[in-house]
Design a protein around this ligand. Structure first.
Ligand SMILES: [Zn+2]
Length: 282
């Protein structure tokens, strides 16, 4: 079997880390709104991939996450007056129902950011201790991109290219513009957890590194997600994990295409929910 690896930009023979077993992780949904067909498409592809690997005789452990705390969820919580944790839990129920309509099966492991706060704090602490991250005076913690020499290996871009055309927040808390948040200090009234850096919540990228580490250890066979996650999300996952382990995080980085509506990425279109026209889409 050959799989296209975004990391090397070619198809490669699939040889698992451990004979007969596959450790596979796909980035799931940020539950700020209801599921749309783009979510269904990505989930379906990794479900099919998992089932194909099983059919080939592999024992597959497939993990997927729900990002159940982030800026958008907090914004929805403010708009609706529903506490962020309750809003996220309700949305997960709705999304699960839509996925069932798509006939997407549950992964082996469901992971959630809010159930891993202690693990996230431990991971960030280790990154600070090893010189890869720093706490800012305002209580944010940032990853130091300059501390990871291979930064850009997945998206194949230099830090200068990455910053070009991207809106860089003029944030005096960061040492360098490319540095990204591992922990965000809570603003008044926001959902938060206690940490060595004050009350706050995890950044988006760190949860996937931490949950992979918890579920699988230092290395996995296949990491997946939509193509829009290559940069910055997956690039940042590599930086966080490999800075700590010194090992290649995922052997294969795989990405699905993006469903577009009128030339725009599905998630940026004003759809919140699509009624499925037919039961089966494959
Ligand atoms: Zn992820």
């Amino acid at each position: 079997m050959r799989i296209y690896n975004t990391l090397t930009r070619r198809k490669e023979d699939f040889i698992p880390l451990e004979e007969g077993k596959v450790k596979m992780y796909a980035c799931g949904i940020t539950v700020s709104g209801e599921a749309h067909v783009g979510h269904g498409y990505q989930a379906l592809i990794y479900d099919v991939m998992r089932k194909y690997l099983e059919k080939c005789g592999y024992n597959v452990t497939y993990a997927r996450n729900y990002t159940d705390v982030d800026d958008k969820i907090i914004a929805r919580s403010k708009e609706t007056g529903i506490p962020a944790d309750i809003y996220a839990a309700e949305m997960i129920k709705k999304i699960d129902k839509v996925m069932a309509e798509f006939e997407v099966d549950d992964p082996t492991l469901w992971l959630k950011a809010t159930e891993n706060i202690d693990n996230i704090i431990t991971f960030i602490t280790r990154l600070i201790e090893s010189g890869h991250a720093y706490a800012a005076p305002n209580g944010d913690v940032y990853f130091s991109v300059a501390s990871f020499k291979r930064y850009g290996c997945l998206s194949n871009r230099s830090v200068e290219d990455m910053l070009d055309g991207v809106r860089v927040e003029n944030d005096e808390n960061k040492r360098e513009p490319a540095d990204f948040a591992l922990w965000k200090a809570a603003k008044e009234g926001e959902i938060c957890w206690s940490s060595p850096w004050g009350k706050g919540r995890p950044g988006w990228h760190i949860e996937c590194s931490v949950m992979n580490y918890k579920a699988f250890g230092e290395q996995i066979d296949i990491h997946g997600g939509g193509r829009d996650l290559i940069f910055p999300h997956h690039e940042n996952e590599i930086a966080q994990t490999e800075s700590l382990t010194g090992k290649q995080f995922a052997k294969f980085w795989t990405h699905t295409g993006i469903i577009k509506v009128n030339g725009q990425k599905m998630s940026t279109v004003a759809y919140t929910h699509l009624t499925l026209p037919t039961k089966r889409i494959v």
